[in-house]
Design a protein around this ligand. Structure first.
Ligand code: SF4
Length: 245
């Protein structure tokens, strides 16, 4: 029998405060790179760019509740900062600063071609549905890349996506992401980090404070095990609040 504790390989880490902060003068900040360049791989160097959610502490392998129960979860991890908007509020405190082991995939055309092949395989293997978490690290790097996801939502009816972006809805890339949200609201659950209000945002709230317009991520409070046992991010339009990592 599958139990919640077998859904991901690593235990839940309750956040206790800020992790590693990269100064503005650090080469990783100035050149928009990860702190761990030996953990960056071209798509052809890895077996799959879409990883089983079981490998991620916070994600989990299979959806355990709600209307997508039983769907497998996969993740995509890009290089933090290299694929992100420079204005990201978490540029210095990126979660990736604490994720030395994560395998980051180089973004660009080769990744888009590889994603297309892997998504076609997943559509064939899971015609009842599968979920992709974008992006464990990194972000949408171009309007064209957002457009590729739009096309894949059209071509692969079993595909659903959840995740976060640092692009504001009023920016060019953020606007493209918002358009996908309008047209594929049932299968595209990408929240805007730092955006105000109670609709499809994600915000960091300091310990001891409450965001009345957002639901505190239950995995961070210990109320649930991981995304697979929570399902809020793809079942609710409400904004989600997170404690600092
Ligand atoms: S709210 Fe739920 S689905 Fe969203 S990140 Fe937290 S645990 Fe995962």
């Amino acid at each position: 029998m599958t139990t919640a504790s077998t859904l991901r390989r690593f235990g839940t880490a309750i956040p206790k405060g800020r992790g590693i902060v990269v100064s503005a003068l650090h080469p990783a900040s100035r050149s928009a790179r990860t702190l761990f360049p030996t953990r960056v791989f071209d798509p052809h160097e890895v077996d799959r760019v879409l990883k089983d959610g079981h490998q991620s502490r916070k994600i989990g392998k299979t959806v355990m509740k709600g209307h997508r129960k039983g769907w497998p979860i996969y993740t995509l991890t890009l290089e933090e900062r290299a694929s992100c908007p420079r204005a990201c509020a978490a540029w210095a405190i990126c979660y990736g600063n604490n994720m030395q082991a994560a395998e980051r995939i180089v973004h660009g055309d080769a990744l888009v071609h590889r994603l297309e092949r892997e998504l076609a395989d997943l559509q064939a293997a899971h015609p009842g549905g599968f979920l992709i978490r974008l992006h464990i690290l990194g972000d949408f790097w171009s309007i064209g890349y957002v457009g590729a996801w739009r096309e894949w939502l059209d071509r692969f009816p079993a595909l659903a996506v959840f995740g976060f972006t640092a692009h504001p809805p009023g920016s060019a890339i953020g606007g493209a992401i918002m358009c996908v949200l309008r047209d594929y609201a049932e299968r595209w659950h990408v929240r805007f980090s730092g955006a105000p209000n109670e609709f499809m945002a994600a915000r960091v709230v300091e310990p001891g404070t409450v965001d009345p317009d957002a639901i505190l991520c239950p995995a961070q409070t210990g109320a649930t095990d991981c995304c697979a046992t929570c399902a809020l991010c793809w079942q609710s339009d409400r904004s989600i609040a997170f404690r600092p990592h």
